[in-house]
Design a protein around this ligand. Sequence first.
Ligand code: ATP
Ligand code: MG
Length: 443
Amino acid sequence: MPKQYIASDFGISPQDLGQATLTTLHTLQQAGFDAYIVGGSVRDLLLGLHPKDFDIATNATPEQVKRVFGRHCQIIGRRFQLAHVYQDRHLFEVATFRAPHQEHSAKSQTSAQGLIMRDNVWGTIEQDALRRDFTANALYYNPQTGIIWDFANGLTDIQHKILRIIGNPSDRYREDPVRMLRAARFAVKLGFELEQQTAAPIAHLAYLLKAISHHRLYDESHKLFSCGHLSELLPLLHQMGLFQALFPLLDDNIVQSPLVQLAAQNTDERLQQGKSVNPAFFYAVLLWDWQQQQAQKLIAKGADYFPAQQTAAMRVLNLQSQSTAIPRHTAQTIREIWELQPRLATPKSRLVPNLITQPRFRAGFDFLLLREQSGAQDTHNMAEWWEHYQSVDADTQEKLLKDLDKRKARAVAKEKAANKAQNKPKRAKKPKDTHALSEAQQP
Ligand code: ATP
Ligand code: MG
């Protein structure tokens, strides 16, 4: 039996939903359908948080929703059909109640491994609740009646801060392995404990993510990076084997690297300050060491510096895209951030004004700064220089530019000396051996 709660007992009122949400629900209800807000938005309201959007569940089919909203509605998706409804400049995802999937029907399809390929069989609200992912995400609120419906004991779990998957955990992960990523993300984001049986099968089943569309995995990776608790989430993903499933070719220790940790903290702080984050930036961070290693290999084989960097970047981005399909414009941004690194680390003074107006300057500079702060030597402390340069008036900037060429000459000389010192023993070896030999040959 479902439980019913009175929303106002939990301090929730219809006004919390905003006028556009109320109008959308009301329009569906006026047309004779049931309509509720569902999922994350009800969960967040119960937690006293501000939902970032309101998802709607209804017994109207996507075609019926389309008929109600006309040109303000678009039906999207194949695997999981949804209606997008536009209301007062807000977008609502309106999902029709789903029934348990049947194995051999045109509307629902399950692979031999238990993966749901299509999930478009309509059902009742009770059925819909039980095929949602976690108990905390299976609550329905109708502001018209003021009632919250709870079919999976979600309210108790929310109150105890427990994230519990609905049904048999292994089966539910096999149906949709992305639920494992969602489990880790929600646990960290909400500060919930992953219920033991919900967590237990993940390490064994993480490999199933390989069967998921690479485009969907890219979208999920973006949600992971921008959940606001990336510093905490990364070690958890790693511990559960989920990080490796998304980034199979990365060094296993990468999540502990100072650059990655610092960038994760930085990403979380930006989000906390209400700033946006570009997924390209964190991708650039994660893949940086790998790209550098590939470039070094090419250089060792005789390639020139810049072509080696470019080829390595293309190679790394293509290989990673076989796991998470990085969109073309994001890959372009990542390459631009990387390309700026040597240019910002050893700039010619006359190119400084031009560099600073580049569209990617900010991202490139932020990246240089994080590298410098995490101990990279080949930035030559230039992130600090750029920071200073941006903060002073035009006269001082001119002085800084004059100093820059001297500074560059010093850096080049220092690097040459360091290279020489490094190469010395090798070069010295030959004559020394010869000498030793000739000495031994001496009577
Ligand atoms: P967020 O705050 O990240 O938006 P959310 O819970 O609203 O969290 P959505 O991805 O917006 O998450 O999905 C809305 C709801 O749809 C979820 O709360 C859940 O009930 C259901 N859902 C989403 N993805 C899945 C899935 N892979 N399997 C089962 N149910 C899902
Ligand atoms: Mg949502």
